[in-house]
Design a binder for this molecule. Structure first.
Ligand code: 4AD
Ligand code: MG
Length: 467
């Protein structure tokens, strides 16, 4: 076959130099036609749109054409032609076809309309569907938007460790990392495991958050962000939890909780706008296929500012709702850790806008949050979103050495793991704030998908580490 340099379908569909010889490569989505002519819809992943390949059957070997089945991989040389019926401006009139890979009828993606559950079982092939192509292109674009946002604001991308000996959130939901022989674990007289012989000489785990190390960096470089995988061994089988997820954690010296809220709102609006501006074909596809309100919801977040409300006020609204007969599955009272149904009530029913809830009871938040004067609440902020609930969690940090130390002791956090963190408060302490955005929660919002397992290529959840 004549060597012509390949044009991606995303580029090809924009071209108007009809009559030119081109080469396209990709996977067959469908083939239809008559005795004289075949129409092959081909996709190469560069765009949601297929290119139509028109095959004049008389010019090709019949046996070879039989091998062009759904899922087969082709390289096609042909003439770029103005299209009349394909829904696109351009199509390709095939001159030469090479079959790079055949695909027999055991290919599971023959028919359209598979359930999301079934597609999760074939997560190795699901990127070839329109839906997952769209989701993963959007995923890439959101990662770029995030780096661009922070880079343009002068934040430094800081790499925090994945293996750690400290439990940032203090929730004990960590996966252990060990090279010890689990079949021959030595315990001391108290029944405790002696980690001194383990790889790191102490108990180590996969990180639940890069924040603590992020704070070290922010109190030196001024403004940083992390963007990496985080791990939580929480046994919650919900459509919003993963055991392995990606988190973005900005941390800024001298920012108070109000600056923090402003940053969070600006950041998330930037990401949503980026999706509308740069991924419109994919977002539109998902809007039309799954969720007719998606684009409206995305635009809705951009208009107007987020509601800012203290936790105590939020509880009053929820209690009022209960008094008026609204049924929640979980109880509402001051001190409760809000469930997603409560968060969504505030956002979707009451305010009809994103809400930043602040000043939570200290008992339900992590040790590092700045304590309020009332002795009961901390300067926490959760950003609550329609359909999602909590999308961001953050706070102003406790900058006072003594207060922080007292809290660490109250919560029985092992001091030997925390000395380096406390040093930031000992040596030139400063007010500072930050937050964490769950990358997959953002993607749930932007794609309108209803299960977090469908916005990450290979989800890790309880009882599932396939692929
Ligand atoms: O609220 P979280 O636990 O806060 C932290 O980890 C802080 N260290 C962040 C900070 O202040 N730097 O988690 C932050 C966000 C949540 O709002 C949620 O979007 C996401 O991370 N998240 C999860 N996403 C998917 N699966 C899980 N199991 C998640 N747990 C938290
Ligand atoms: Mg949280």
């Amino acid at each position: 076959m004549e060597k012509i340099s390949r044009t991606k379908i995303s580029e090809l569909l924009k071209r108007e130099d009809f009559g030119t010889m081109v080469n396209v490569k990709g996977w067959v989505r469908t083939k239809r036609g008559s005795k004289q002519v075949s129409f092959i819809a081909m996709n190469d992943g560069s765009t949601i749109n297929n290119v139509q390949i028109v095959v004049d059957i008389a010019n090709f070997d019949e046996e070879k054409l039989k091998l062009i089945t759904t899922g087969a991989c082709l390289s096609v040389n042909g003439v770029l032609t103005e299209s009349v019926g394909s829904g696109q401006k351009a199509e390709v009139l095939a001159k030469e076809i090479e079959i790079l890979g055949t695909c027999d009828n055991t290919y599971p993606l023959q028919k359209k309309g598979h359930s999301m559950e079934f597609l999760r079982e074939i997560a190795h092939l699901r990127p070839r569907t329109n839906t997952f192509g769209a989701v993963f292109r959007i995923r890439h674009n959101m990662a770029i938007a995030i780096h661009k946002f922070f880079h343009e604001k002068g934040f430094f991308y800081f790499h925090t460790p994945i293996i750690t000996a400290s439990d940032c959130e203090g929730a004990g939901q960590m996966f252990q990392v060990t090279t010890m022989n689990l079949y021959d674990l030595k315990k001391d007289e108290n029944g405790s495991i002696n980690y001194s012989g383990d790889f790191f000489g102490k108990q180590a785990s996969l990180t639940v958050s890069g924040q603590l190390e992020g704070e070290l960096a922010a109190t030196a470089l001024g403004a940083i962000y992390t963007f990496g995988p985080t791990f939580r061994a929480e046994n919650s089988n919900t459509p919003r939890h993963l055991a392995e997820f990606w988190m973005i954690e900005p941390e800024v010296a001298f920012n108070d909780i109000y600056d923090n809220m402003e940053l969070a709102e600006e950041f998330i609006k930037y990401c949503v706008k980026w999706a509308l501006d740069n991924c419109y074909d994919d977002v539109k596809f998902l809007n039309d296929m799954f969720d007719k309100e998606l684009i409206n919801r995305l635009k809705g977040v951009l208009d107007g500012s987020f509601v800012r409300l203290a936790y105590t006020e939020g509880i009053k609204i929820l209690e009022d709702a209960v008094a008026k007969g609204h049924k929640f599955e979980f109880p509402v009272y001051w001190g409760v850790d809000l469930a997603s149904e409560h968060e969504r009530y505030l956002v979707e029913e009451h305010f009809k806008r994103p809400v930043i809830l602040t000043d939570y009871p200290k008992e339900i938040k992590a040790f590092y949050m700045k304590q309020n004067e009332d002795g009961k609440t901390v300067r926490a902020m959760d950003v609550l979103f329609p359909k999602i609930g909590e999308i961001i969690g953050g706070s102003e940090r406790e900058a006072d050495y003594d207060k922080l130390l007292t809290r660490i002791k109250e919560l029985n956090i092992p001091m030997k793991d925390m000395w380096w963190y406390l040093d930031t408060r000992k040596f030139g302490s400063c007010p500072h704030s930050g937050f964490g955005l769950g990358f997959e929660r953002l993607l749930l919002f932007v794609t309108g998908m209803s299960n977090i397992r469908d916005v990450i290529p290979f989800p890790r959840t309880p009882n599932n580490a396939e692929f």
